[in-house]
Ligand binder design. Structure first.
Ligand code: UD1
Length: 422
């Protein structure tokens, strides 16, 4: 297993190109199962989660090819041979459950492993299952698998009691080929769901209300292949902004959509950093003198839970005490004990982290536990005096394309050490 070795203290300066959004592509790739033919995706990030989804689709019978120099993948869905998402893929990556809706809608059956828990606690899929049931499918749970069958899904009204990106995406995909009209109320409005809706409409679907909490889908008989350019990764962008805010410096982010980052930019400005924006670029200047700013994570357009860990890292060196509340995932604080090993002073009470800002962090060996937790450790390592070793960086490779190379180009002293202790 690889680790990162970071010598903290360097400021960040220069330009960084933000990659395509993992979470958008992970929904679009399964959506190809809804039609017959060849799809091309552009601005594809080189990430292990994308490779896992390629393998899963390959296993189902999709021919896949990848050109990472051009940042493109091609998927050909003409020879589907299986309707199963086995445990070996789903346990690696929960987004595998996205194949349930499209497979069922197009082929009348799907067998998908239940994902189980994740590093930060239970993450149920009841909303996916209940929604699919409401569309008329016969669902059985057996041997850790969801078995779903339906000759033809039937349009219906679905009201989610919780805003869920995954369940909205799954039901949306399933309902495009259902008979009649489906309404999804309290639908997620994350940019990744908007891109999925636009993509499905490009394939011939009839989805209305895109970008609002109520989606109306008129089922169609057939969908067709198309191409799509993946939107920029707003979470990667937010991570680089927090990195610069912590260590100081001046960086420009290229290939972003400013509107997707409104809540993060608003909160960052409150910390005292200077930010200027154009539609596709953001420039941040920080003297590393950070004011405390409380946040509460909530569904888009509010502050993303996927930036909670990075925000805690930032607040750990701020001037005072801050409160960071996660209303999406109550247990998502595995990074806190590791940040404390770097000298931070953070206490978690239920779903609130109380962060007492410290003057400085000090390098240590720390352990990655999940994707965004790992990012917070890197950020703190960049700030800490001395050497920080971040172990188990395979978590980072799931969702950050070449993070060490991007940081090196900005002036950070970070290197990957291959295959050592874990
Ligand atoms: C997606 C993102 C993930 C992000 C999360 C919240 C992808 C691949 N992943 O995950 O990075 O952290 O959105 O923004 O896009 N819930 C239920 N029952 C369900 C489904 C969800 O109770 O059937 C709850 C969850 O426990 C959580 C909340 O709903 O409290 C939101 O989760 P959801 O939006 O579904 O997250 P994911 O789609 O899994």
């Amino acid at each position: 297993m690889d680790k990162f070795v970071i010598k903290g203290g360097n400021s960040l300066n220069g330009e960084v190109e933000i990659s395509g959004a993992k979470n958008s592509l992970l929904a679009l790739m399964p959506a190809t199962l809804l039609a017959n033919g060849t799809f091309t995706f552009y601005n594809v990030p080189n990430l292990s989660d994308i490779k896992t989804m390629l393998q899963l689709l390959n296993n189902i019978g999709v021919s896949t090819s990848m050109d990472m120099v051009k940042k493109q993948i091609q998927l050909d869905t003409t020879s589907i041979k299986s309707f199963e998402a086995p445990y070996e893929y789903v346990k690696k990556m929960r987004a595998s459950i996205y194949v349930l809706g499209p497979m069922l809608a197009r082929y009348g059956e799907a067998k998908v492993s239940l994902p189980g828990g994740c590093a930060w606690g239970p993450r149920p899929v009841d909303l996916h299952i209940d929604g699919i049931k409401k569309l008329g499918a016969d669902i059985k749970l057996n041997n850790g698998y969801i078995f779903a069958k339906a000759k033809k899904l039937q349009g219906t009204k679905i009201v989610f009691n919780t805003s869920s990106v995954g369940a909205t995406g799954n039901i949306l995909m399933a309902s495009t080929l259902a008979k009649g009209t489906t309404e999804i109320h309290n639908a997620a409005i994350e940019p990744e769901i908007t891109q999925l809706s636009d993509f499905l409409n490009k394939m011939g679907a009839k989805i209305y209300g895109i970008g609002t909490n109520t989606l109306t889908i008129d089922g169609v008989d057939e969908l067709y292949p198309t191409d799509e350019t993946i939107i920029p990764d707003r979470i990667e962008a937010a991570t680089f902004l927090c990195a610069c805010a912590i260590v100081g410096g001046k960086i420009k982010l290229k290939n972003i959509i400013q509107n997707h980052l409104t809540s993060v930019l608003e909160k960052l400005r409150e910390t005292g950093v200077k930010i200027s924006t154009s539609e596709n670029e953001i420039e941040i200047f920080s003297d590393s003198n950070i004011k405390v700013v409380d946040i509460e994570t909530a569904p888009y357009p509010n502050f993303p839970t996927d930036v909670q860990a990075q925000w805690i890292a930032l607040m750990s060196i701020a001037n005072g005490v801050s409160k960071i509340k996660d209303t999406i995932y109550f247990d998502r604080f595995k990074h806190v004990p590791e940040l404390n090993r770097l000298g931070a002073n953070i206490v978690v009470k239920e779903n609130v982290a109380i962060v007492n800002g410290v003057e400085n962090l000090v390098g240590a060996k720390v352990m990655s536990t999940d994707l965004r937790a790992s990012a917070s450790l890197i950020l703190s390592g960049l700030k800490a005096t001395g050497i920080t070793q971040v172990l188990r960086v395979y978590h980072l490779d799931r969702g950050y394309e070449a993070i060490e190379r991007k940081l090196q180009r900005l002036g950070a002293d970070i290197k990957r050490v291959k295959g050592e202790e874990y």
